[in-house]
Design a binder for this molecule. Structure first.
Ligand code: NAD
Length: 488
């Protein structure tokens, strides 16, 4: 069955929306309609709409990248419906989500700003990846980036998400329309605050008064989001058709686990997401540190040794005793001790659950996806943990090894001598430095945009060089063995 409004009633293999989609009204514009949004926020909203609640908070898609145009066409061709397949190790369940009702023309700033200015839009949410925020290694917004400078010069024809949001807030302010709340759902520490500095930073380039107004009047709640959602490929499209009989141009496969912890700061109103499992808290920081350091940091720990050993799937990496042992030891000895207590949560149990989640063979998450974009991820997932430990005078052998594995990966050759295809937007910059680092390790740590001042820390230099040397002379497996045995 080809997915569309017209065929929805014929679908027996998946739960379908129990609400009248034609009666939904737009309330949220979301930038970055990738897989994660459709597995996470869109599913929470679908559940809420199924309860008969808040039908005036339907989703409108938006994007600024060329890839968003492909997604827009795929979704428009199926009335913005998405098949979401939720998979535990034991079973797979499909649902069709219907909370999205439109997708704005990609790259059409005038149309996007017009919709963002509509008073009905009370939330603008984002998942534009960790690299999408124009921040440097210390999390500070970079107003000199060419895209941002462009938006500063052309406030009514911006190209970035932040330029569009600033322009719309300016128009709302001029027309006395209350501002929308900006809700970031990317994996970035203090993601709301980071988003605020980007929007305020752009506005500041052309209207400091507007920038001040945004800083004081617009809410940017911080959030912790979690649900492992791999990219969609032919495998997923085929599974969707074979197992569920649904032809979906861009289905989403994800794990059955999901979590969303959100600061309750929505002055213009919000859907009653607490009815469908969202945890509203006053301060999301402890949850976010737990997630970013243990899960996202853990993903990085698994990713690079697996990539260097030529392993394709994450669950196979978890089945490799040395990778599992590396994850277990570095999590217990070096990562968990830097995470402050989290209300009603055992950090050890959280870490154990992650091991189970990553070992789920149904997800088909790829090592390559976890290896992607280290230049934007390491400064958020690994470097802050390293910094805390170094400041406290604590050992960092495992995290330095993780950094060395990443460096080795960026040098572009697996242990078996296979070429690693570019896997980072900054690959061309990283690879020559990674290659130089094989004989001069400090070259890698000297990348100030990634390591900042930490790259000069003697203990990091020493441990990183030792790890890199071991990888070079004896390979990944022996080095992991040494680390696990406490001999690195
Ligand atoms: P995806 O590749 O499916 O989608 C990424 C989206 O971001 C696309 O719409 C793309 O056009 C847009 N984008 C990328 N760079 C951009 C930029 N510079 N400016 C504007 N838009 C940009 O990826 P995904 O799986 O949806 O993940 C997106 C983000 O969601 C992650 O980077 C992460 O922060 C967060 N997240 C993902 C997962 C997961 O398991 N996939 C889990 C938790 C959080």
């Amino acid at each position: 069955i080809r997915l569309s409004n017209a065929t929805l009633s014929q679908i027996q293999t998946a739960a379908t929306p129990r609400y009248d989609r034609a009666a939904l009204k737009p309330g949220i514009v979301h930038f970055g309609i990738g897989n994660f949004h459709r597995a996470h926020q869109a599913v929470y909203l679908d559940r809420l709409f199924n309860l008969g609640r808040d039908h005036d908070f339907a989703l409108v898609g938006a994007g600024v990248m060329a890839g968003d145009q492909r997604m827009r066409e795929a979704l428009a061709g199926q009335d913005y419906l998405t098949t979401v397949v939720e998979q535990s190790a034991a079973r797979s369940e499909a649902r069709i989500t219907g909370g999205m009702i439109d997708f704005l023309p990609v790259g059409d700033a005038t149309a996007i700003i017009a919709r963002l200015t509509d008073p009905a839009i009370r939330i603008v949410s984002l998942t534009v990846t960790e690299g999408g925020y124009f921040i440097d290694s210390s999390g500070v917004f970079d107003p000199t980036h060419p895209e941002i400078r462009h938006d500063g010069k052309h406030p009514l024809a911006p190209r970035t998400v932040f330029g569009l949001i600033a322009a719309a807030l300016s128009a709302r302010r001029a027309s006395d329309t209350p501002p929308f709340t900006v809700m970031c759902c990317d994996n970035i520490p203090h993601n709301g605050s980071v988003t605020r500095s980007a929007v305020v930073g752009v506005a500041n380039l052309y209207d400091p008064d507007l920038a001040n107004w945004i800083a004081s009047e617009v809410a940017f709640p911080n959030a912790m989001v979690d649900r492992i959602t791999p990219a969609t490929g032919e495998r997923e499209r085929r599974l969707c058709a074979d197992d569920f009989g649904i032809e979906d141009a861009w289905p989403v496969f994800c794990e059955d686990f999901t979590q969303w912890v959100l600061e309750d700061n929505f002055p213009s109103g919000r859907p009653a997401l607490e009815e469908v499992g969202v945890e509203f808290v006053a301060d999301v920081t402890p949850y976010e540190l737990m997630k970013i350091r243990i899960l996202n940091g853990g993903h990085a720990v698994i990713a690079y040794p697996a990539g260097l050993l030529g392993i394709t799937y994450v669950h196979d990496a978890m089945g490799h005793p040395l990778i599992a042992g590396f994850l277990e030891k570095v999590t217990r000895d070096e990562i968990i001790p830097t995470v402050p207590p989290v209300p009603d949560t055992s950090l050890n149990e959280y870490a154990e659950l992650i091991v189970t989640r990553c070992a789920n063979p149904k997800i088909g998450d790829t090592v390559r996806r976890l290896c992607l974009d280290g230049s934007n991820r390491q400064p958020k997932f690994i470097v802050p943990t390293l910094a805390d430990r170094i400041a406290a005078g604590q050992p960092i052998t495992g995290l330095a090894l993780e950094s060395a594995l990443w460096c080795r990966y960026c040098a572009g050759t697996t242990d078996a001598g296979e070429t690693i295809a570019p896997n980072d937007p900054n690959w061309e910059k990283l690879q020559p430095v990674a290659q130089e680092a094989q004989s001069n390790p400090n070259a890698w740590l000297g990348q100030a945009d990634i390591y900042g001042a930490l790259g000069n820390a003697p203990i990091l230099r020493e441990r990183f060089a030792a790890a890199l040397e071991s990888l070079k002379s004896d390979g990944v497996e022996t080095t992991l063995q040494r680390y696990i045995a406490g001999e690195l």
